[in-house]
Write a protein of this length. Structure first.
Length: 353
């Protein structure tokens, strides 16, 4: 059904005349008649008003397939920094409506895809709301710096470090990944996420056990074995052993993007920023030659380090390089990622003034 037929069906369902719709839209009744007879289509600028008149979403004016609607949702989440209440509610309702039947209609589809969309939708709102939590918590703290309540909100919204041991544990996440690994022992990625959280909580004995299991997987990565051995050594305060592993990693894999990038991260994690920058720059050069690593993580890291060092001009330049990367490598010139980087540029520019 094209849009003209859809408008006619919605109008008849609403018991509205062509004149009533035309008056609401500020067009002639002849225009409505032409739409409904498929002589022409309404101007795109009228779609919001048409959808409002009938109480439907703009998507509902078109007969899109489920997968086309999902693709539009994906684009919306990628390009929109914030969603209106109506966008969020209508998207949530659509996903909940198809969640149980989506895979049943096509058993070849990846299970859990709609649940993943719902997770992305809620995460999008969480990140969007967190920006305002951060904004107003900061303002409140400047107005009453002696009160404690807003510090907690700021920590939650920005992922800031929390001093209380019990508040910064990852036990629930660890238990989830343990069960996931137990059910799917052949998937290596889950071992890595599990070890990340165990090491963060200094549960190194458990991390070592899961690292040994990871080593047995057919698709394990030798580079990552050394990386996790180093992080476990650091978490056990065996710095000498850890740095020996890092040295071996760098010497054994001098032309590996993965190895050098991880080594750079280890130096950065230990606040040895100049050494980290040297490795990130090397990773950047290796990445240019290796088309399998079309990432900009090394650019993000360098921008962060330069800002920590107070070298704001370099930090600004590396944020701009991320924008250029998105354009040149991924053909992304607008959307939430670009908007966030432009905000970073403005923030750094203010620090330069």
């Amino acid at each position: 059904m094209n849009i003209g037929n859809k408008i006619k069906a919605l109008r008849l369902k609403a018991s509205a005349t062509q004149e009533m719709l035309a008056e609401a839209l500020g067009v002639s009744s002849q225009s409505v008649s032409k739409w409904e007879n498929n002589v022409c289509a309404p101007d795109i600028s009228l779609l919001p008003a048409i959808s409002e008149f009938f109480g439907v979403t703009i998507d509902e004016l078109f007969d899109l397939t489920t997968d086309q609607k999902l693709h539009r949702i994906e684009n919306m989440l990628d390009y929109e920094t914030e969603l209106t209440d109506e966008q969020f509610r209508s998207t949530e309702a659509f996903l909940q409506e198809i969640k149980d039947s989506y895979n049943e209609n096509n058993p070849e589809r990846v299970k859990g895809r709609i649940e993943s969309f719902l997770a992305h939708l809620y995460h999008h709102r969480m990140v969007s709301d967190a920006r305002y939590v951060s904004l107003y918590a900061r303002k409140a703290m400047n107005l009453h710096p002696n009160l404690k309540e807003d510090q907690w909100l700021l920590a939650k919204s920005e992922g800031a470090y929390v001093w209380d041991w019990n508040a910064r544990q990852h036990s629930k996440t660890i238990d989830f990944y343990k069960n996931l690994v137990d059910k799917n022992p052949e998937i290596g990625r889950n071992y890595l996420f599990l070890m990340d959280n165990l090491i963060a909580d200094h549960r190194t004995n458990e991390a070592s056990c899961f690292l040994n299991k990871y080593k047995e997987l057919a698709d394990h990565k030798e580079v990552l074995i050394l990386v996790y051995e180093a992080y476990i050594a650091f978490a056990e305060y065996r710095a000498k052993d850890a740095w020996e592993i890092v040295s071996s990693l760098e010497n054994d894999y001098p032309e590996s993007y993965d190895a050098i990038f991880e080594v750079a991260g280890i130096y950065a994690n230990n606040a040895r920023y100049e050494e980290a920058l040297k490795r990130y720059k090397k990773a950047e050069e290796l990445g240019k030659a290796d088309k399998e690593h079309v990432f900009m993580d090394h650019l993000q890291a360098q921008a962060l380090i330069y800002e920590i060092l107070g070298r704001y001009t370099e930090a600004y330049n590396y944020v701009q390089r991320q924008i250029d990367f998105l354009k040149d490598e991924w053909n992304i010139t607008e959307g939430a990622d670009v908007d966030e980087l432009e905000e970073e540029k403005n923030r750094l520019l203010n620090r330069l003034l």
